[in-house]
Design a protein around this ligand. Structure first.
Ligand code: S3P
Length: 439
């Protein structure tokens, strides 16, 4: 059986309503919080993808019972100190940076050594950014090449709270430190550059001793020791990062319209919407509501509008960090030269994504100038591709695969895209929804 797809035709215009799957960041966080709750928690619409399954396997290995099927998931938490496991346990975060990094915060008070491993892509990623602050709490780590997985976290003594400056805009670093602070007597202080705030919102909903003061460019977070997490049910809203591929497919398609239902529009996640609006895309939020602190809406997009280049303000970077690859396709069709800067973090993702963005654009014949942290894209409103393009050896980065599919359906050409299985990490029914748009 082949694990690649071939696309030779552009998509015809469409007018549809779709539902995309549950948010990955919220799904993983719910699994982690519920695993430490004192009682049973249930989730509906949990994303059933490889990353979330890895989170479920991880908490099971830590001694927590989980029942899950396609409709719901139930976690039988045994309280804040309910993890129960043997010495030298191995946990596998597979492809998930979020799982691998966040779980280390909860494991800071381990009484036995635990080894953390991951797949080929995760094993190249930076874990020093987590072990450094967690070592200040008193955690003891050994990492491969002082930076990577496999790592071992050893039993720690005399944990103490810390003051931490998070200046990358990384929600994973911020969240790992919040979790570790929850395990420590005293008050941990975090000054964090703005990034997605799902952890803080869940803490607020659960009434945990975590406070947040929002300043203009950063947040001040105070964390105290958590004595109990009450069990909690959660209906996971749809993922804006998965919706992004369909928002952009519509934006690039003449006479198309799309409605995406019940999407999480947390203000720290909608950088893509601000960027696309500045580029001339017609997007509106309908039926806005709030659910357990998270904002939701139906997103309506009208395609085929004239697209303008953007000099992308860097304050939108962290809110769009997972969407840049596919945003570059809009820049490829916009009138003028777009400029995206201060994006070194993009090369720290499942693949070096800034490099992959430039590679895909080069294959498409779109002029661009890329550095380690920026890219200039020379747009062409009449862009049409007429050649054969092969996308492979991209460390199975799900977002490289999905971006390539959107490019092929929007600009034509003959695309051979390898490693279709990569979408299983975040969005297993991506191709099914593409097919719905064809009919
Ligand atoms: C995530 C945070 C982001 C993002 C990732 C999910 C999270 O990573 O890229 O896909 O759920 O906390 P960083 O925190 O490394 O920026």
């Amino acid at each position: 059986m082949t694990n690649s797809i071939v696309i030779k035709k552009k998509l015809k215009n469409f007018n549809k309503e779709i539902i995309v799957s549950g948010d990955k960041s919220l799904s993983i966080r719910w699994v982690l919080f519920a695993s430490l709750a004192s009682g049973n928690s249930k989730a509906q619409n949990l994303l059933i993808s490889e990353d979330v399954k890895a989170a479920i396997k991880t908490v099971r290995k830590l001694g927590i019972k989980v029942i899950s099927n396609n409709k719901f998931c139930k976690i039988f938490g045994k309280g804040i100190n309910g993890f129960n496991y043997k010495r030298n346990l191995t946990l596998n975060a597979e492809n998930s940076g979020t799982l691998g990094r966040l779980i280390l915060g909860f494991l800071i008070n381990t009484t036995k050594p635990i080894k953390l491993i991951g797949d080929k892509s995760l094993s190249t990623r930076d874990f020093k950014r987590i072990s450094d602050p967690l070592s200040k709490f008193g955690g003891v780590f050994k990492l491969k090449n002082k930076k990577n997985l496999p790592l071992t976290i050893y039993e720690s003594k005399n944990l103490r709270p810390i003051s931490y400056l998070e200046n990358r805009g990384s929600a994973q670093c911020k969240s790992a430190v919040i979790f570790a602070g929850m395990r420590t007597s005293g008050t941990t202080l975090i000054k964090a550059k703005k990034s997605r705030n799902h952890t803080e919102l869940m803490c607020k909903y659960l009434k945990l001793p975590v406070t947040v003061e929002n300043k203009k460019n950063y947040d001040l977070i105070k964390v105290k020791k958590v004595k109990e997490i009450k069990p909690f049910d959660y209906k996971i809203p749809s993922d804006i990062s998965s919706s992004a591929f369909f928002i952009i497919l519509t934006a690039l398609s003449k006479n198309s319209k799309l409605l995406i239902k019940d999407v999480n529009i947390n203000p720290t996640r909608i950088g893509i919407i601000s960027i696309l609006k500045k580029m001339g895309v017609n997007i509106i939020f309908q039926n806005q509501k709030t659910y357990k602190g998270e904002k939701l809406a139906d997103i309506k997009i009208e395609g085929g509008k004239k697209l303008k280049a953007i000099n992308c303000p860097t304050n939108l970077n962290s809110g769009a960090i997972d969407e840049f690859l596919v945003i570059f396709l809009v820049a490829a069709k916009a009138k003028g030269i777009s400029y995206f800067k201060d994006l070194a973090e993009l090369n720290q993702k499942e693949s070096p994504r800034l490099k992959w963005g430039a590679k895909i654009l080069n294959m498409m014949g779109v002029k661009n100038i890329v550095t380690n942290s920026s890219i200039k894209i020379y747009g062409n409103p009449n862009l049409e591709i007429r050649k054969k393009i092969i996308i492979k050896n991209y460390l199975k980065d799900h977002r490289v695969f999905m971006t390539s599919v959107i490019a092929s359906l929007s600009f034509g050409g003959e695309w051979h895209i390898y490693d279709k299985d990569s979408i299983k990490t975040s969005f297993p029914n991506f191709l099914k929804i593409i097919n719905e748009l064809k009919n």
